[in-house]
Design a protein around this ligand. Structure first.
Ligand SMILES: NC(=O)c1ccc[n+]([C@@H]2O[C@H](COP(=O)([O-])OP(=O)(O)OC[C@H]3O[C@@H](n4cnc5c(N)ncnc54)[C@H](OP(=O)(O)O)[C@@H]3O)[C@@H](O)[C@H]2O)c1
Length: 317
């Protein structure tokens, strides 16, 4: 089967097409095979390829196959609640690449996955849209759950124009939070449609802080730090509030009774099933920035690194 391998650590040019044996049914006990139609290009993919996670990847060295988000069709029946999912079901999910460290990813025609990672994709959601959802939406959902904010609380979302940030804005607004979104210039009207009450333009942390305080002079109850701004944004939080970091090295030291949480997304089939149904029902909006063939993975990484993209870049397989 065709895969894209990271041949060595470096720029996008280190991604190369390769052939690997297609997995057989039952190769790995407890795993089921999915024939992929689409895979998402995530920020973690870019960083792993560049060698920025060598501490986390330990003994795993190139060549390996990247990729977290996927959508495709089940080749084997998947056991699970309510009788599981039959072969042929359209499914999506994300594989926890950095936790597994198997060197197998979703830039491949067929993958073997834990059935507990899989959610069925509703008929109204195409494979590219489905592949844009799992990691980002589950991250936003789990992170907001950790904040435990009552309705009416104020939430600052940095990186609100990003893939995770857009989901965070929508989930927070649906939960009755007042969202202040730090947006890419020009995205304000879209973020307001998604549920943001106020938008401030991104910039240096001190500038952003000033703009946020214009809208929320008493500061906010919580920050969802989708842009990994880190410690400088702690000043936006009220005493006793909460700060949610999406990477451990961007979590500020706690002060003024502020609770600092770090979220690490874990696959959650039940949450993902609900989320995909919300996408099908048009209650939740997902955006795909580009759709490119698997063979153009290097160009997809170049685009992802070239600056603002309004949504996930998807590889068609
Ligand atoms: N902990 C977890 O389990 C987990 C899971 C998924 C993702 N993540 C992390 O969460 C972050 C967001 O992921 P994503 O998929 O949403 O990425 P993304 O689509 O690239 O979004 C990142 C957003 O942050 C903004 N941003 C980046 N640097 C900035 C800066 N210096 N100042 C202001 N804004 C800045 C970007 O602005 P522009 O649009 O203007 O470029 C973009 O809107 C990534 O760092 C990712 O690694 C963590």
């Amino acid at each position: 089967m065709r895969v894209v391998e990271v041949s060595e650590y470096g720029g996008p040019e280190v991604l190369r097409m390769a052939r690997r044996p297609e997995p057989e049914a039952g190769d790995v006990p407890g795993r089921v095979r999915v024939r992929l139609k689409a895979a998402g290009v995530t920020v973690a993919d870019l960083r792993i390829r560049a060698g920025l996670y060598v501490h986390e990847t330990g003994d795993l060295r190139p060549p390996f196959v990247l990729g977290t988000d996927f959508a495709g069709r089940l080749l084997d029946p998947a056991p699970g609640p309510e009788g599981g999912l039959p072969a042929g079901t359209r499914v999506a999910g994300f594989r926890p690449w950095l936790q597994e460290l198997s060197g197998e990813g979703t830039y491949a025609e067929v993958i073997q996955v834990d059935p507990a990672w899989l959610a069925p994709v509703p008929d109204d959601v195409d494979f590219t849209a489905a592949a844009s959802v799992p990691l980002a939406a589950v991250t936003a959902r789990q992170a907001l759950d950790r904040l435990r904010l009552p309705a009416g609380s104020t939430l600052l979302v940095t990186g609100a124009s990003g893939v995770v940030g857009r989901f965070a804005v929508q989930f927070a607004a649906a939960a009755g939070l007042e969202v202040v979104a730090v947006s890419y210039e020009g995205d304000e009207s879209e973020l307001k449609v998604l549920g943001a009450k106020h938008c401030v333009t991104r910039g240096e942390p001190a500038e952003v802080l000033t703009r946020v305080l214009d809208h929320a002079p008493e500061r906010v109850h919580a920050v969802f730090d989708g842009a990994l701004t880190g410690p400088p944004m702690l000043a936006a939080v009220k005493d006793g509030g909460v700060f949610l970091a999406l990477a451990p090295d961007r979590a500020p030291a706690a002060e003024r009774e502020i609770r600092v949480e770090t979220a690490l997304a874990t696959p959650d089939a039940r949450a993902l099933k609900e989320i995909l149904q919300q996408v099908a029902d048009r209650q939740l909006i997902t955006r795909v920035a580009d759709v490119m063939p698997l063979e153009e993975a290097a160009e997809a990484h170049r685009r992802a690194e070239s600056g603002h993209r309004p949504g996930r870049i998807i590889l068609m397989i």
